[in-house]
Structure formats: structure tokens, C-alpha cells
Design a protein around this ligand. Structure first.
Ligand SMILES: Cc1cc2nc3c(=O)[nH]c(=O)nc-3n(C[C@H](O)[C@H](O)[C@H](O)COP(=O)(O)OP(=O)(O)OC[C@H]3O[C@@H](n4cnc5c(N)ncnc54)[C@H](O)[C@@H]3O)c2cc1C
Length: 497
């Protein structure tokens, strides 16, 4: 135990980032006996649009001790087995990025290599046919994977406002103190520059040893008071706008998110139990707001339930996520477009690293430096994965031509070069996405390697054909036998209203 432990944490902001941090810190650091205070302003409100997640999010809820079915009922959620991409590589193309792999290696060679070999010999089955989550998703089925079964995993879609409410209840029950108010001023130590107190507009003063900036795009502490610069990634990810609108549910909830590419961006559709969440993400340099809104509304499957909401953002992140005695989480720390639903994941990673590197009141700069190094790498890996969706597309509109022509980050260039030469993805440190995910996006977009792994030839062609056909049939059978996603929801997680 440190001789100078942190006695109090003050979190400014009560959106997804603020309440996730408050809940998890109260749970994991209870042995430190510190007070946790969260300040938020109802007048400002929250963005609250993050509605799709990735499988690692399940760990967050598990650590909090949240029962999955109860969580799904409370947030009117549905299950997510992956993302169906429509019109991405070329108009008319579809492919699936499932939460799973393409099966066990055959003769120590990854299945997508055998798939490429069979393709050269005239096989036409798409790579998706070897994906266990796709076998369920394509038929609108769902059954939870056995946790010991590596073939697939699942995540959730949920109502972000209901999730924020559930987290708040959880945090307050765990002893987190909530203060309603709006930031007016910040008192800093004249020598170290560390934050000492937040002064609210009604004069309330909230002290703390350690501060979390969860104020969303306002970045009140990390940006406006500590002046940590923003590293701009717009030149790689030019989408800077979004419009979101909920709509009446048009069909039974699909167990996947849909992402449809359009002339200068893409549209999401997220099914919930009581409605669908929809939105368009676009580059304002290639498409104006009116056109984007018309495209979005034109694609809705059901009647809109509210007036569309607009958002502006910039891809990139703070040069330091942790500065002095302040750590930024959520939008305050940076932004990556929600193409792979990684916003909440990045918050979760940030909180996890914070617990790993939790400081004491000496605030040794090496601790912050290491936190910043690790978190930066995690952001950069996800950034590269998202850029890959764009830069391998063959679509012809100017936005897509520019994505193909741009100079990509050297880490991504290296990955794509190795992929072209070998059909393998070199994994670096801090990766969120493993080889099957890269294969899903690259093969799905038609970005094929120049050759398959020659080791695949050690298996006679007919033996490979037979083994791969058996896999397809096994998966198709499992897909037919599984319960409908809607039936599963009604049986286990039906929301009260
Ligand atoms: C269009 C869009 C779609 C997205 N979709 C997904 C998705 O599908 N999946 C996913 O994982 N992520 C998604 N994200 C990202 C996700 O929405 C965010 O990660 C998440 O909402 C984090 O929000 P936040 O808590 O940082 O900020 P906010 O929700 O903006 O909360 C900020 C908080 O700070 C408070 N505050 C601000 N200024 C002050 C002040 N001066 N005084 C007091 N309080 C203040 C506010 O009151 C509020 O409580 C999406 C983002 C966008 C823009």
C-alpha cells in the first residue's frame, strides 16, 4: 500500500464515459477507501448515441456483477454477432465481420488460406460461409456461445440512455456521490499545475486528488484548462459529421449491426427490442448536411420517431490522455468514427489501464508516460483497422477514390504489404483485432493476397475441399437448429415495455 494514497477522485461529466469510470473505479478500487464524486450538468446533457458494442464489453458488465439477461431487459437490448457490411468494396457487395474465426487451422494453416486455394480451383462459397456467427446471423438466429468455444462470441446493442441510467444507479449504490452543476472555473496548483478544485457556477467547490475529464467534446479540463493539444487524424479519416434518428422497428431485430456504404460515408442500422437506431456518418467536404439527411431518411425501414440529430467531430486524440493529475476518457480524450463500434471499448480500455497504472499522490511522471504510451498504441491499432475499411474499397465516387489514393499510416502500410505478399496479418502490440477480423474486412472488400500460403498445398486438394465442405455443412446445420433471435429475446430478456 502506498504511503500517499489517492483519497478522492473527482469525475467531471456523466455521459457513458463518466458513469462507466465511476462504476468501475468504485468496484475495483474499493480497498483504497477513497471518495468518488461525479459532477454533471443536466442542462448540458449527454451525447448518448453509442448503442452497439464489441464482445470485450461483456467483461465490463461481468466485472460489475451485472446479470446479462437483466441488463438486456433494462436497456431493451438485442444481441450482436457481428457487422454486415453492404456496398463497401463495390456497390452490391456484402460481407460479414463476425465475432469469431473461420475454424481451426487445417494442417497448421489458417482456414482463409485454404479458402483462397479452393477459390483458385473454382470453388465459389464465400468466406462468410465458414464463420460460425454468420451461420446464425444470416438466418436471424441466436444462441450464446459456450464460453469455452472459441468459434464465436457475442456483444450487444442497447439503448444508450437506459444504459447510462442503469450505470448511474449502480454507481450511486456503490457509494459514488453525484453533484449536479456546471463548471465555471478550475483552481490549479501554482507550482505543479495540478488541478485542486472545480468551482461550479453556483459557487460549489469540489476538491479532488485525481480528476477524470469526461466532459465529452467540450474537453473542459484536458483541453480548455490543461491545454493538451489534439492530434488530428482527419487526413486519414475525413468523416467529420453524423446524423442520427431512431425509427419504428420494421422487422424482428437482426442479431447484427448493418453498415451500408454511401457516396461519402456510411449508414448504420442498430436493432433494439422497441425501435431501430439509425445514422449516417459522412465527410462534409464531399456531402452537405441536407443531402446526408435525405440519404439517411430515404434508407429508413420504418417511420422516424424523432427529429434527426446532427453531430460534428474530428478524428484524432489528445497528445496525452493523462496529464498531471488528470486523465481524459470518452470524447474528451479523442474520437474515432463508430464504424466498428469501438467508442465504448476505448473507454473501457482507458478505465482498465487506469486501474492497472493507478497512481498515488506523488504522481510519478513515469506512470502517466507509460499509460499514455499503451493507450496511444491501442488507439492507433483501432485507427488502422478502421482506415483499412476505406482504403481497400473499389468504389468510384471521389470520396472513395481519395481514400484509395491517400498515404496511409506506416503501421497499416506494413500490414497490408505483408497481407498482399503472404495472406497473413502481422500482429503488433496492443491489437484489438486479430487475423480473422482483418481477413473478414480485406477478403470481404475483395482485397486478396497475391498468393495463398504454399504450406496449404501439403494437404491434397480433395482433402481440403472435403474438410472445408464439412465445416460449411456443420455450421449451416447449427444455424438451422438454433432458436430465432427474437424468440431467444422474448424468452430470456423481454423488456417490460
Ligand atoms: C454518431 C455517433 C455514434 C456512435 N455510435 C457508437 C456505437 O455504436 N458504439 C460505441 O461504442 N460508441 C459509439 N459512439 C461513441 C459513444 O457515443 C461515446 O464513446 C460515448 O457516448 C462517450 O460519451 P462521453 O461520456 O465522452 O460524452 P457525453 O455523452 O457528451 O457526456 C459529457 C458529460 O459531460 C458533462 N459536461 C460537459 N461540459 C460540462 C460542464 N462545463 N460542466 C459540467 N458538466 C459538463 C455533460 O453534462 C455530460 O454529462 C458514437 C458516437 C457518435 C458521435
Amino acid at each position: 500500500m502506498s504511503e500517499t494514497p489517492i483519497g478522492s477522485i473527482t469525475i467531471l461529466g456523466g455521459g457513458t464515459a463518466g458513469w462507466m469510470a465511476a462504476t468501475m473505479l468504485a468496484r475495483r478500487l474499493s480497498h483504497q477507501r477513497m471518495t468518488i464524486t461525479l459532477v454533471e450538468s443536466e442542462e448540458i446533457g449527454i451525447i448518448g448515441v453509442g448503442e452497439a458494442t464489441v464482445p470485450v464489453f461483456r467483461l465490463f458488465n461481468e466485472t460489475l456483477g451485472l446479470d446479462e439477461h437483466e441488463f438486456m431487459r433494462a436497456t431493451r437490448g438485442s444481441y450482436k454477432l457481428g457487422i454486415k457490411f453492404c456496398d463497401w468494396g463495390v456497390v452490391g457487395n456484402t460481407h460479414f465481420h463476425g465475432f469469431g474465426d473461420y475454424g481451426e487451422p487445417l494442417q497448421a494453416v489458417a482456414p482463409h488460406q485454404h479458402w483462397m486455394r479452393l477459390r483458385q480451383s473454382g470453388e465459389t462459397a464465400p468466406i462468410d460461409d465458414y464463420s460460425a456467427p454468420y451461420a446464425l446471423a444470416r438466418k436471424g438466429k441466436f444462441t450464446p456461445a459456450d464460453p469455452r468455444d472459441p468459434r464465436y462470441s457475442h456483444a450487444y446493442h442497447f439503448d444508450a440512455a437506459l444504459y447510462a441510467r442503469a450505470l448511474r444507479n449502480h454507481a450511486e449504490a456503490a457509494g459514488v456521490r453525484r453533484v449536479e452543476g456546471r463548471l465555471a472555473d478550475v483552481e490549479q496548483d501554482s507550482e505543479t499545475g495540478h488541478i485542486r478544485s472545480l468551482i461550479l457556477t453556483d459557487g460549489t467547490r469540489v476538491d479532488g486528488d485525481f480528476f477524470l475529464d469526461c466532459t465529452g467534446f467540450a474537453a473542459e479540463l484536458i483541453g480548455k484548462r490543461l491545454h493538451v493539444p489534439f492530434e488530428d487524424w482527419t487526413h486519414w479519416l475525413p468523416c467529420d459529421s453524423a446524423i442520427a434518428v431512431p425509427s419504428v422497428r420494421s422487422a424482428p431485430p437482426a442479431p447484427f449491426t448493418r453498415s451500408t456504404a454511401v457516396k461519402a460515408g456510411w449508414i448504420w442500422r442498430i436493432p433494439l427490442q422497441h425501435r431501430e437506431g439509425n445514422g449516417i456518418v459522412y465527410a462534409s467536404t464531399h456531402m452537405d448536411d441536407a443531402e446526408a439527411e435525405a440519404i439517411l431518411l430515404g434508407q429508413l425501414a420504418g417511420e422516424p420517431l424523432a427529429t434527426p440529430r446532427r453531430f460534428r467531430f474530428k478524428a484524432g486524440h489528445r497528445a496525452q490522455f493523462w496529464h498531471g493529475n488528470c486523465v481524459a476518457l470518452g470524447f474528451a480524450s479523442g474520437f474515432l468514427e463508430p464504424l466498428e463500434s469501438t467508442g465504448i471499448q476505448l473507454i473501457q480500455n482507458g478505465i482498465g489501464r487506469l486501474i492497472e497504472y493507478f497512481p498515488d499522490r506523488r504522481f510519478d511522471p513515469s506512470v502517466a508516460a507509460e499509460y499514455n504510451r499503451v493507450v496511444r498504441v491501442e488507439w492507433e491499432r483501432i485507427r488502422d483497422f478502421i482506415i483499412a475499411h476505406y482504403c481497400v474499397s473499389q468504389r468510384s465516387e471521389p470520396f472513395w477514390q481519395a481514400a484509395r489514393a491517400m498515404e496511409i499510416p506506416p503501421t497499416l502500410r506494413y500490414k497490408l504489404d505483408v497481407w498482399r505478399a503472404t495472406g497473413r496479418i502481422p500482429l503488433l502490440d496492443g491489437e484489438s483485432y486479430q487475423e480473422p477480423s482483418w481477413a473478414a474486412i480485406l477478403l470481404g472488400n475483395g482485397f486478396l493476397p497475391k498468393r495463398y500460403d504454399p504450406l496449404a498445398d501439403t494437404l491434397p486438394l480433395e482433402a481440403a475441399r472435403g474438410a472445408m465442405a464439412r465445416r460449411r455443412e456443420d455450421l449451416a446445420r447449427a444455424g438451422r437448429a438454433a432458436p430465432d433471435h427474437q424468440a431467444y429475446l422474448e424468452r430470456h430478456c423481454k423488456a417490460a415495455h
